[in-house]
Design a binder for this molecule. Structure first.
Ligand SMILES: [Zn+2]
Length: 321
């Protein structure tokens, strides 16, 4: 029991960091990002824009499928800009004069039916092309409204990046909120800035979710990003993903006496939880799936193919952000 508490407390006391990488596109910049994450033996998330997948080559899809250290999440079907596919449904109550095109977005000001369709299209595209069931969502531009909630729930998702539903009065129950705050790598958005990160970084926050846009970075910006990560590694943080935020398995101990009965009960409970493949989040009062929990590169349990062996020579390249 004591050993279990020691293990739990040591895991919980370390700061955990999630890299929320937006706007997946198989470009050289994204491959540079993935290669760096893999070389540092880290894990990352990647927000998928669904309609980019059918345009990718088989080789590019195979490459993405090989990235066992990446946890994918739903970032919409078309990102809504420009122009939003749902523009005809735009229902913002402000007058046309007040609403510029940039105010419209895929999951903001569009109809419930449209949002449901776009959420579903991306969800199914990721299953079809990447062979992965996603469990999380983050809106393009981090803009959404209350119509987004039923679409989110219909996909069976359990975590939401940077939601604003507390402001909107439509907070879904049982959903894990991955909130912003405690540090920003990109200041402004799209521009890694080590000095800005250093001054915004809060080492006491248990969980940091850091938003990045690898496709927006030139070489100098990438170097700033690397500096941010090197600093975090020096602080001893644990890079993780929503699928990795769950409580660790109880340690194996001999089952004798009363303590043994207790541990046996814990083991049975743990087995039941693992069979459900969902565990309580260590940092929030919600339940997260571990179905698509990625594996840190080169770890003993690593089963993914290496980037080099994927043999990418001419990937599908897009300049869309
Ligand atoms: Zn985006």
């Amino acid at each position: 029991m004591l050993a279990m508490l020691v293990v739990l407390s040591s895991v919980i006391s370390q700061q955990h960091v999630i890299l929320k990488a937006d706007d997946l596109a198989l470009t050289q910049r994204w491959q540079r990002y993935f290669s760096y994450v893999e070389s540092q033996r880290l894990v990352t998330t990647a927000g998928v824009i669904g309609n980019r997948l059918p345009a990718m080559s088989t080789q590019s899809i195979d490459y993405l499928r090989s990235l066992g250290f990446v946890e994918f999440w739903n970032h919409g079907w078309d990102h809504g800009l420009p122009p939003p596919k749902c523009e005809a449904d735009f229902i913002d109550p402000r007058s046309d004069d007040e609403v510029s095109k940039v105010d419209t977005c895929e999951f903001y000001g569009t109809s419930a039916d449209c949002q449901m369709e776009h959420m579903r299209l991306c969800h199914e595209a990721v299953i079809d092309y990447l062979g992965v069931v996603m469990y999380g969502f983050g809106a393009p531009e981090n803009k959404h409204d209350c119509n987004t909630v039923p679409a989110f729930l219909a996909c069976g998702y359990d975590h939401w990046y940077f939601p604003k539903y507390s402001m909107l009065g439509c907070r879904p129950s049982g959903v894990c909120t991955l909130a912003r705050g405690g540090g920003e790598i990109e200041i402004p958005t799209g521009v890694p800035n080590f000095a800005g990160f250093f001054s915004s970084y809060d080492p006491n926050r248990p969980l940091l979710v850091l938003q990045v846009h690898p496709n927006k970075w030139d070489a100098a910006m990438f170097a700033e990003f690397q500096q941010c990560l090197e600093y975090l590694l020096e602080q001893g943080v644990v890079f993780t993903t929503p699928g990795g935020l769950t409580a660790p398995d109880p340690p194996q101990m001999p089952a004798t006496g009363t303590a043994g009965l207790f541990l046996a009960a814990v083991a049975i409970l743990s087995l039941y939880v693992r069979m459900r493949r969902c565990q309580s989040c260590t940092f929030c009062s919600c339940t997260l799936s571990t179905h698509n929990r990625p594996v840190a590169p080169n770890s003993p349990t690593d089963t993914h193919a290496s980037v080099a062996s994927a043999g990418i020579s001419s990937p599908h390249v897009t300049t869309n952000e």
